[in-house]
Design a protein around this ligand. Structure first.
Ligand SMILES: NC(=O)c1ccc[n+]([C@@H]2O[C@H](COP(=O)([O-])OP(=O)(O)OC[C@H]3O[C@@H](n4cnc5c(N)ncnc54)[C@H](OP(=O)(O)O)[C@@H]3O)[C@@H](O)[C@H]2O)c1
Length: 316
């Protein structure tokens, strides 16, 4: 039996949870042990975590009883939902409720809920600057996370609300990287005008979360916004040009055009970028670079991230 404080990590084989698992394992004297939660302990990514020293436990965020067992005996939990697997805010709310119930049942001492803003507090459904989606949301994958905050507090879960930022990894995995234009230059398209977009290396989200667990009680009840940098589309294109050794031109399209791009989730993301654009000073202000670096001294800038990842950005 370990005397270390066990952190149960949802999404352990994915981006956010994976960063936290590696941060805990990298700090063997830090006083924490990690329980990596997966639906499939026999999968390659779960086996890789086990070989690094993680305890691997199976549970499904849709199965409340499996979460109760998975959180039992732990000190804390990292809770994240997986919106892009199902595109359903209702499902996301139910999943957050399952995790909050399991955290309360297990008597956890510190939970981090990876949340985002309920944008309806800034853009009520009656505000027609952007369309209402799915009848009751403006940015469905943000709004449900923000709405779910109350599911943790109403159960008295000792929680830190973690406001994450746009993953720079979206340039690799989400088709958001530069694409060839008609003149041979690369074109980087974002509907952000001249406003700043807080971004982060997805690996750093879990590393910042580890810093929050290390700080412990001081962070319970707090909302913490993290970022690796606030950059305009122009600044991102300049960094991309330097890293790739090819000219990258920023193409600032409107949110309307972005919503009409037709890929699954385009309307949701178009509204999201419009929210970040229209409320730039709030959105950047709450995502603090200094505090993120204090929580995670190895925090990467966009240039650092590009240096390590430029070869993985598809340019077709
Ligand atoms: N992309 C962005 O810029 C961005 C920015 C901020 C926030 N987010 C949010 O980040 C969230 C996703 O986190 P992520 O990027 O870390 O996810 P991810 O890399 O896609 O990983 C998700 C992991 O969760 C596990 N999982 C999926 N469904 C599950 C279920 N039903 N029960 C238990 N585990 C399940 C899977 O592991 P197994 O297969 O091993 O079970 C998978 O490895 C989304 O809600 C998104 O809105 C994204």
């Amino acid at each position: 039996m370990t005397s270390k404080k066990i952190i149960a990590v949802m999404g352990a084989t994915g981006a956010q949870g994976g960063g936290l698992v590696r941060a805990i394992l990298d700090d063997s004297d830090g006083g924490f042990a990690v329980r990596a939660i997966t639906r499939n302990a026999g999968g390659d990514r779960a086996k890789a975590l086990a070989s690094l020293g993680a305890e691997v436990v199976e549970a499904d965020v849709d199965d409340a009883e499996s979460l109760k067992s998975a959180f039992e005996g732990a000190y804390g939990a990292y809770c994240v939902t997986f919106y892009w697997e199902h595109f359903s805010p209702q499902k996301e709310l139910a999943q957050a409720g399952n995790m909050a119930a399991a955290a309360s049942h297990a008597g956890l001492e510190h939970v981090i809920w990876s949340t985002l803003e309920d944008t309806r507090q800034w853009v009520p459904l009656s505000d027609d600057r952007m369309p209402t989606l799915m009848e009751k949301y403006k940015v469905p994958h943000f709004d449900a996370k923000g709405e779910a905050n109350a599911l943790f507090t109403s159960r008295g879960v000792p929680v830190t609300f973690l406001l994450t930022s746009f993953y720079w990894d979206n340039l690799i995995h989400f088709g958001m990287g530069p694409k060839p234009g008609t003149d041979g230059k690369l074109v980087f398209t974002l509907p952000m005008g001249d406003r700043k977009l807080p971004g982060i290396a997805s690996e750093d989200i879990g590393r910042c979360a580890y810093g929050i667990f290390r700080k412990g009680r001081d962070y319970i009840g707090r909302t913490v916004g993290i970022t690796g940098g606030h950059l305009t589309g122009e600044e991102m294109a300049d960094s991309l040009s330097k890293a790739l050794g090819r000219e990258v031109v920023y193409n600032a399209i409107t949110p309307e055009v972005y919503r009409g791009l037709g890929f699954p989730g385009a309307e949701d993301l178009g509204n999201m970028f419009q929210f970040k654009h229209d409320f730039e000073s709030y959105f950047c202000g709450v995502r603090k670079l200094d505090e993120s670096r204090e929580l995670n001294p190895s925090l990467q800038t966009f240039d650092d991230w590009l240096e390590h990842n430029k070869q993985s950005i598809p340019l077709e």
